[in-house]
Design a protein around this ligand. Structure first.
Ligand code: NAD
Length: 336
C-alpha cells in the first residue's frame, strides 16, 4: 500500500463514464449511490434481493434509461453478470448489528459467503477496474490506537463486526492472490434520509417525535457519526479516481468526530424539539468500552475528501426528514 508515487487528485476525474454494478442497490447507502452515479452521467446496474416492486428507494431510478435492476442474490452472481462493468460497489449485506446477535450464521452467510461469491465472479469475469467494499467501524470495536487509522488491525467485538471483518479480509486475500482491484471504504454510523429504521438514531428521533422515551443501551461508548451525502461523495471520488490512486487502499471516510452515545441521544431530543425521558439500560455484549473516531487524514490527502456536515448537523438534517415521515401517509410513516 505505497502511496508515495500516487498523485493527489481533487474533484471529479476526467475521462469516460463508469459502468457500475452496485450491490445492495435497494438499501439505504446503495440507493443514494445509484442516484448520485446516474446524476453524474454514469451507467448503473443495481443488484439486490428486494423485488423491484418493493424497491421503493429506487422508485425514480427504475425508470432511468441508464439504470438496470438485477433482482438476484449475490450468492448466485455469475461472471457474465459482472462482465461489462468497470466498477463494482459492494454494499449488499445483512447490515443490522442487533440482528446479527440473533442470527449470527445468517449474517455470516450474507456478509462473508456473499462477498466470496462476488469476489469469485469479479475475478473470473475480468475487466473490473475497481471493487469497492463498504467497511464498518464494528470491524474494530475497542481500538488499541486512537484516533483509528487505516493500519489498525481488525479486532471485531460482535458477530456483525466479525462478519464484516472476515469479508474485508477476503477482499485483501483475493487482491493479493488474483489482483482483484479491491478498495475498502469504512465508516462508523451513517445517517440521513432513507436510513434504516432499525438504527438507534432513527428510533430515538421517531420516539422523540411521538412522546416516547429514548432507550439507550449503555451510554458511555462512543460513535463516529456521518451524514450520508458526505459518505456518498467519498465513494464517488473513489469511483472517478484513477485506479492506480485507490486500488489496494483502505480509506476511513467517517466524520472523524467522537461522541458518546448518551450525547447523541441528547442531540436527538434537541433536534426533535422534544422533552421525553431517556431510559438507560445495560450495554449489549461487547459494547462497553467501545470507542470510534476514524482519522480522515488519508482520505483528505489522497482523495481530497473531507466531510462537509458535522455529526450534530447530521442529526439535525435527519430529524428534518423524520418530521416529513410523521406528516406522510400512515403506510409511509410506519416505524421499525
Ligand atoms: N448504515 C451504516 O451506518 C453503515 C456503516 C458502516 C458500514 N455500512 C455498510 O454499508 C452497506 C450498506 O448499508 P445500509 O445501511 O445501506 O444497509 P441496507 O440494509 O439498507 O442495505 C443493504 C442491502 O443489501 C441487500 N442484500 C442483503 N443481502 C443480499 C444478498 N445476499 N444479495 C443481494 N442483496 C443483498 C439488502 O436487501 C439491502 O437492500 C453494508 O455493507 C453495511 O455493512 C453501513
Amino acid at each position: 500500500m505505497q502511496l508515495q508515487d500516487k498523485r493527489h487528485q481533487n474533484g471529479r476525474a476526467k475521462g469516460r463514464p463508469a459502468t457500475a454494478l452496485v450491490t445492495g442497490a435497494a438499501g439505504f447507502g446503495g440507493s443514494h449511490l445509484v442516484r448520485e452515479l446516474l446524476n453524474r452521467g454514469h451507467r448503473v446496474t443495481g443488484l439486490d434481493i428486494v423485488p423491484p416492486l418493493h424497491a421503493g428507494l429506487l422508485r425514480r431510478e427504475l425508470e432511468h434509461p441508464d439504470f438496470r435492476y438485477l433482482w438476484q442474490s449475490l450468492q448466485d452472481l455469475q461472471p457474465a453478470d459482472v462482465q461489462g462493468h468497470t466498477v463494482v460497489a459492494h454494499l449488499a449485506a445483512q447490515a443490522d448489528t442487533p440482528m446479527a446477535f440473533a442470527s449470527p450464521r445468517y449474517t455470516a452467510m450474507q456478509n462473508i459467503d456473499g462477498t466470496l461469491a462476488l469476489l469469485e465472479a469479479v475475478h473470473r469475469a475480468g475487466g473490473v477496474e475497481k471493487l469497492l467494499f463498504a467497511g464498518s467501524g464494528n470491524e474494530i470495536g475497542r481500538p488499541s490506537q486512537f484516533p483509528i487509522d487505516e493500519n489498525h488491525p481488525l479486532t471485531p467485538h460482535n458477530p456483525y463486526g466479525f462478519s464484516k471483518a472476515a469479508a474485508e479480509l477476503a477482499m485483501w486475500a483475493w487482491h493479493r492472490a488474483y489482483g482483484v482491484p479491491a478498495v475498502v471504504l469504512s465508516t462508523g454510523v451513517v445517517i440521513g434520509p432513507q436510513m434504516r429504521r432499525e438504527v438507534f438514531i432513527f428510533k430515538w428521533l421517531w420516539n422523540a417525535r411521538h412522546g416516547q422515551p429514548l432507550v439507550v443501551e449503555g451510554g458511555r461508548q462512543t460513535r463516529d457519526l456521518s451524514f450520508i451525502d458526505d459518505v456518498i461523495a467519498a465513494w464517488v471520488r473513489v469511483i472517478e479516481a484513477p485506479a492506480e490512486l485507490v486500488v489496494g487502499e483502505k480509506f476511513f471516510v467517517g466524520s472523524g468526530e467522537e461522541h458518546t452515545v448518551a450525547e447523541l441521544a441528547q442531540w436527538c431530543l434537541e433536534a426533535a424539539g422534544a422533552d421525553v425521558p431517556i431510559e438507560y439500560v445495560g450495554y449489549r455484549p461487547g459494547e462497553e468500552g467501545q470507542r470510534e473516531a476514524f482519522s480522515n487524514e488519508k482520505a483528505r490527502r489522497v482523495l481530497g475528501h473531507a466531510p462537509k456536515v458535522s455529526s450534530r448537523e447530521a442529526v439535525r438534517l435527519t430529524a428534518d426528514w423524520v418530521r416529513t415521515l410523521v406528516q406522510a401517509t400512515p403506510e409511509e410513516a410506519q416505524p421499525a
